[in-house]
Design a protein around this ligand. Structure first.
Ligand code: 5GP
Ligand code: ZN
Length: 115
């Protein structure tokens, strides 16, 4: 599996940096954002290192589909019942700060810190 030794999310996926996990399987990991914008703020990542959404190709279609399909299940499990938001920041103009593909899934009562 592709891994970048300097990547913070690869380190979380490898258990080298602690995170509050919400879901895990062979190819995906979900954990709580360390600086949440919303009452419930999860990050869904592939365990393999993929830097950005723009670096994905046809071989990642199933993985991307699984990431998105997980969102409603995660929100139900977290007790979010009134809607939620899914965000993927991509590249510098997209506001991406961590260059390991991740999907923000946010829910809970407003107001939120961002958006
Ligand atoms: P981006 O702007 O790249 O879409 O978002 C990166 C997100 O990762 C930010 O919301 C930030 O709070 C979160 N984050 C960065 N470093 C860590 C960390 O070490 N642990 C956790 N749980 N979240 C992190
Ligand atoms: Zn990585």
């Amino acid at each position: 599996m592709k891994h970048d030794p300097n990547c913070i999310f690869c380190k979380i996926a490898a258990g080298q940096i602690p995170a509050k996990k919400a879901y895990e399987d062979e190819e995906l990991l979900v954990f709580h954002d360390i600086n949440p914008w919303a009452p419930v703020h999860l990050l869904v990542i592939p365990k393999q290192h993929v830097a950005t959404l723009a670096d994905t190709g046809p071989e990642h279609e199933a993985l991307l589909g699984r990431m998105l399909a997980l969102a409603p299940k995660l929100m139900r499990e977290q007790g979010v019942t009134n809607g939620f938001r899914v965000v993927v920041n991509n590249g510098p103009d997209g506001g991406q700060e961590v260059y390991h593909l991740h999907m923000h899934v946010m829910g809970g009562p407003r107001p939120w810190a961002k958006g």
